[in-house]
Write a protein that binds this ligand. Structure first.
Ligand code: NAD
Ligand code: UGA
Length: 307
């Protein structure tokens, strides 16, 4: 599991270890957010005898083939995440971690003869389109530099899959939330502000919508994709409905029982207006059915933020 110490990677490690797998994690502790948070994410996995961690940046690792040798599959989750931070000088990090890192990993996987790779792609590869829901077959035109690097890496994954004896599947995750969520993401920021009696920052008019996906639902489908999923295909993974940010704030007031005060700021460059996943393909091939209602997922994240 690359990106093992991150939000999604650490949940995936816990799930795979719980299912009896031996898990090798790779994480370079990119300083996008504090290392201590990532250490906490990985505490449970690190307590397991079946878990090993290699602390390295993929693109800088010269011993990748030996790290990867013997793996039955690679989950490639390591990336510089964050849509709104991907402009300006910081873009270099997105290229290094997301594009160069992915290419280096693919070379290592081929050399180590790993048979399968599952890539964490993103709804951000779509950009703003005329009609919803977003289907895997649609034209892709990202509106953020981050989305461009996620799409470049997705292309690399499928190119290496075709050119080699490597079965690849990409899952396009739609705005994931729940315990351990990254501190730059909306729900984390909103819940922390509410806990601390601070106003939340609202970008734009709040009518933008997202198909928010609860972490456990995503981990279910990641686990299935170890053995299911057609080689070379791409699957959307979304929560099943879209909701505006303003409606999320109402739900937060209801779940937390606290007042939500709003500090309005300008809309952010690179933000998609709306997302909604067509998940028919993931339902068909991966048995994916999102199960967690927003209020349930929000409550779980609220409890984590308050813990
Ligand atoms: P995260 O930042 O919490 O986790 C990513 C981890 O990867 C971090 O611990 C970081 O240190 C590590 N990392 C980054 N680049 C690395 C490199 N080159 N070498 C080694 N380690 C590296 O992010 P997350 O939210 O858990 O996202 C995981 C993956 O899912 C990413 O690929 C992201 O693009 C994708 N994704 C996330 C969401 C979401 O809503 N969180 C949605 C769509 C796609
Ligand atoms: C999220 C992840 O951060 C990306 O890594 C991922 O690739 C992407 O989902 C995806 O689905 O592909 P985003 O949808 O921007 O990106 O997620 P949030 O940070 O949760 O933002 C949701 C909405 O809330 C955005 O419209 C954002 O502008 C808004 N927002 C965010 C605020 O109004 N205030 C904030 O403080 C933060």
């Amino acid at each position: 599991v690359t990106g093992a110490a991150g939000f999604i990677g650490s949940h995936l490690c816990d799930r795979l270890l719980g299912a009896g797998h031996e898990v090798v994690g790779i994480d370079g502790y990119v300083p996008f957010y504090p290392r201590e948070m990532k250490e906490r994410n990985l505490a449970k996995a690190k307590a397991s005898k079946s878990f090993t961690l290699h602390e390295t940046l993929i693109e800088k690792a010269d011993d990748l083939p030996s790290i990867l040798k013997g793996a039955s599959a690679i989950y490639h989750l390591a990336a510089q995440a964050g849509v709104r931070a991907s402009w300006g000088d910081d873009f270099a990090g997105y290229v290094e971690h997301n594009v160069l890192g992915t290419q280096k990993l693919l070379e290592g996987a081929v050399q180590a003869k790993v048979p399968r790779l599952i890539y964490a792609s993103s709804s951000s590869v779509y950009g703003d389109v005329q009609e919803l829901p977003l289907r895997e077959s649609m034209a892709l035109s990202p509106v953020s530099p981050y989305g461009v690097t996620k799409l470049a890496a997705e292309h690399l994954v499928h190119l290496y899959g075709k050119a080699n004896d490597l079965s690849v599947t990409s899952l396009r995750f739609f705005t994931v939330y729940g315990p351990r969520q990254r501190p730059d993401m909306a729900f984390h920021r909103f819940l922390k502000a509410v806990r601390d009696g601070q106003p939340i920052t609202l970008y734009g008019d709040g009518e933008q919508t997202r198909d928010f996906t609860f972490i456990n639902d995503l981990i279910d489908v990641l686990q299935c994709s170890l053995v299911q999923g057609k080689a070379g295909l791409v699957y959307n993974v979304g929560g099943g409905q879209r909701i505006s940010v303003l409606k999320v704030l109402e739900a937060i007031a209801s779940v937390t029982g606290r007042e939500v005060r709003i500090d309005r700021q300008e809309g952010q460059k690179g933000d998609m207006r709306d997302t909604l996943a067509d998940t028919a393909q993931a339902a068909r091939d991966l048995g994916f059915i999102p199960k967690t209602p927003l209020a349930t997922g929000l409550k779980a994240e609220w409890e984590w933020i308050c813990s």
